[in-house]
Write a protein that binds this ligand. Sequence first.
Ligand code: BEZ
Ligand code: FE
Length: 290
Amino acid sequence: MTTNRNEAERALTERVVASFAGTPDQRLRTLMQSLVRHIHEFVREVELTEAEWMAAIRFLTATGKMCDDVVRQEFILLSDTLGVSMLVDAINHRFATGATDTTVFGPFYMSSMPDRAYGENMAATPGTPALVHGRVLSTDGEPVTDAVLDVWQTADNGMYSGQDTAQPHGNLRGRYHTRSDGSYAIRTIVPVSYPIPTDGPVGRMLEATARHPWRPAHLHFMIDAPGYSTLVTHIFDEDDPYLNSDAVFGVKPSLMVSFPERSPDDALAGSFGYDGPFREARYDFILDRR
Ligand code: BEZ
Ligand code: FE
């Protein structure tokens, strides 16, 4: 009897898979048939109850309702916290080219942020002053002179401008441009660790599974230059306590930097207008030719 039931269940899976056999787009056919096989296998493996099925429907409905067109994308957050975003990243950057490692884009990028001069301060809110600087180079070591570095980080309260409407427009965001030697310089504050948003279904999932929502301190970069592939990455503070338990699994060792303290007597202080102690992080980004 049980065997007959199992056979009927397997036959159902095969009927659904076969229903996609006529999909004209070959890639879409592969995606749909594989998706059906994996979802059916999951349901079989855990012997999903009807109540659990309904809970999943409610969870996905709530996830969709939490999305808006500007700053909140709960489905990306779900993909990030399930490690899917980083798996897609890994599969699509499998072969080492010498370029800087990539990581998650995250949901808090905003386009059309202010263009910033070399060394301009992008922090309008308080924090520990920091200089983040270095060069943008090609994989063969040539300076990339006309790169745009779109940068974003949270304020000391752990929130991004846009997400936190009390912050001034463009706070801790900006588009920096490299100079002729490929150099860039950003006056900012030392990034802080912060929790991803927990007021939606993803937050409830983290709580129910006893996972924390924290991300280690980082700055986001999206770097574009003519003739090069766009680089989406972060730099992480190498002293952060959450480096080994990032809620979205985005840390790669090559992206960690130190923020040593510099005194106001340091030559850099004069060049960048610091009149007190500040932290310095140096990082060179390497772009892949397209
Ligand atoms: C972020 O770093 O901004 C981020 C990334 C993934 C999920 C939530 C936030
Ligand atoms: Fe972030």
